[in-house]
Design a protein around this ligand. Structure first.
Ligand code: AMP
Length: 115
């Protein structure tokens, strides 16, 4: 599997505006934000997409990703008004970076359905 730009962010080889980091998870501001708060939450281990997740290997990591979501939402003060989580998968899903990531979008009212 070829690595992505997110691996370089994890290794601190390129800059990112990091808002959360733990042993297994890192989160940083999206470079092209679609909302006042737009954070990408990623596992440090390279999982190319949601289709490669399974409960046997990843249940603990998934819990940690959602712990990070809640911690960040609280820290950036979008927890009370609400926010949206998005995981794009594959070409039709609009996934550009093949390293699993959760988009956290907040700070404005979201539209439904998404485009
Ligand atoms: P997706 O289309 O779901 O794969 O989302 C990839 C996201 O990564 C996009 O929203 C990009 O703006 C964002 N992105 C790409 N490169 C960087 C970077 N170097 N730092 C922060 N965000 C990035």
């Amino acid at each position: 599997m070829s690595e992505t730009i997110f691996s370089k962010i994890i290794r601190k080889e390129i800059p990112a505006d990091i808002v959360f980091e733990s042993e297994d998870v890192i989160a940083f501001r999206d470079i092209n934000p679609k909302a006042p708060v737009h954070i990408l939450i990623i596992p440090k281990v390279e999982i190319p997409s949601v289709t490669k997740i399974n409960s046997k290997e990843h249940s603990e990591l998934l819990g940690k990703l959602f712990d990070a979501v809640n911690s960040i939402a609280h820290k950036l003060e979008v927890d009370s008004d609400g926010f949206r989580l998005v995981i794009n998968s594959g070409d039709n899903g609009g996934q550009e970076v093949k390293h699993l990531h959760i988009h956290l979008l907040g700070g404005r009212k979201m539209n439904w359905p998404p485009g």
